[in-house]
Write a protein that binds this ligand. Structure first.
Ligand code: PAF
Length: 285
């Protein structure tokens, strides 16, 4: 596996592969890779001749007081895992490479409107602008045919789909189902912030989502009541619940009642650790 840190070396390698007619997949990550990330790599591998994975902790998607400074950085272990998984190229840029004009920089990409106004966008102002900006830069550098993201970050995936659609980027965006621990907890680099007692409680998020989905499938139609039940259950277990919300999968807006599919999204804190998760629900007639 090649390891590249500059934009120039990356462009040269990409140009070489493109001229050879090779299809390129990109897996953008912030590193500290776990089995969930490696599933993204496997998905990319199936869809392209060459797989590029980026490892970059993007400063502009963290708000003041968030965990940018302490976010786990494990580049050597990441590169070993990527190489073992068959990645062709790992791109590990510095902040100066990604933000040549400094941070935050004068150029910023924003996906505005209802897609980013609510849910994580409400509690993390500026977060999706930071994501859209860095993802646009990565797309411009790599110019992939396909890019792969995890469905755990459901709103992020919707924002990236909107970004690509609105800016007419010829990139196929693929979402990959969430990998979970045996007890249901969604894999996340932030799980390691949990102390043992919090870790034992954390799977309750998935349990609450699963039970809410089961209620909907069984015919319950009062979304607000199901959301309130799940919220109360999590709050009683000591979670600081930010939101538990049924939305439409495509635009993340409030359901109108005629949907055949919904997604239930949750964000909740255990101590200072913010966890997100979601479950898609197919509603039978
Ligand atoms: O999902 C992530 O790890 C990050 O938000 C991403 C997409 C790599 C952008 O920094």
């Amino acid at each position: 596996m090649e390891r590249i840190e500059t934009a120039e070396a990356l462009r040269e390698r990409m140009g070489h592969w493109r001229r050879a007619g090779e299809r390129i997949a990109l897996v953008p990550t912030m590193g500290n890779l776990h089995a969930g990330h490696l599933t993204l790599v496997d998905c990319a591998r199936e869809r392209a001749d060459r797989v590029v994975a980026s490892v970059f902790v993007n400063p502009t998607q963290f708000g003041p007081g968030e965990d940018f400074a302490v976010y786990p950085r494990t580049p050597e272990a990441d590169c070993a895992a990527l190489a073992e998984r068959g990645v062709d190229l790992a791109f590990l840029p510095t902040v100066a490479v990604m933000y040549p004009g400094g941070v935050p920089g004068a150029v910023r990409v924003e996906v505005g409107g209802p897609l980013t106004a609510d849910l994580c966008g409400a509690s993390r102002p500026g977060h999706f602008g930071g994501v859209a900006t860095v993802v646009t830069k990565l797309f411009n550098l790599v110019q992939p045919d396909v890019a792969v993201f995890g469905q755990k970050d459901y709103q992020q995936l919707a924002v990236i789909r909107a970004l690509v659609h609105e800016l007419a980027m010829p990139i196929d965006i693929v979402g990959v189902p969430t990998r979970r621990e045996a007890d249901g907890l969604a894999l996340s680099s932030r799980n390691q912030y949990l102390d043992p007692e919090q870790r034992a409680r954390a799977p309750l998020i998935h349990a609450a989502l699963s039970d809410s989905a089961a209620a909907l499938r069984a015919g319950a139609r009062d979304h607000a009541a199901i959301e309130a039940d799940a919220t109360a259950r999590l709050a009683a277990a000591g979670f600081g619940v930010e939101y538990v919300r049924f939305v439409r999968p495509d635009d993340l807006q409030t359901p109108q009642g005629d949907e055949s599919r919904l997604v239930l999204l949750v964000a909740a804190r255990l101590g200072s650790t913010r966890l997100i998760d979601n479950i898609e629900v197919k509603i039978s007639e």
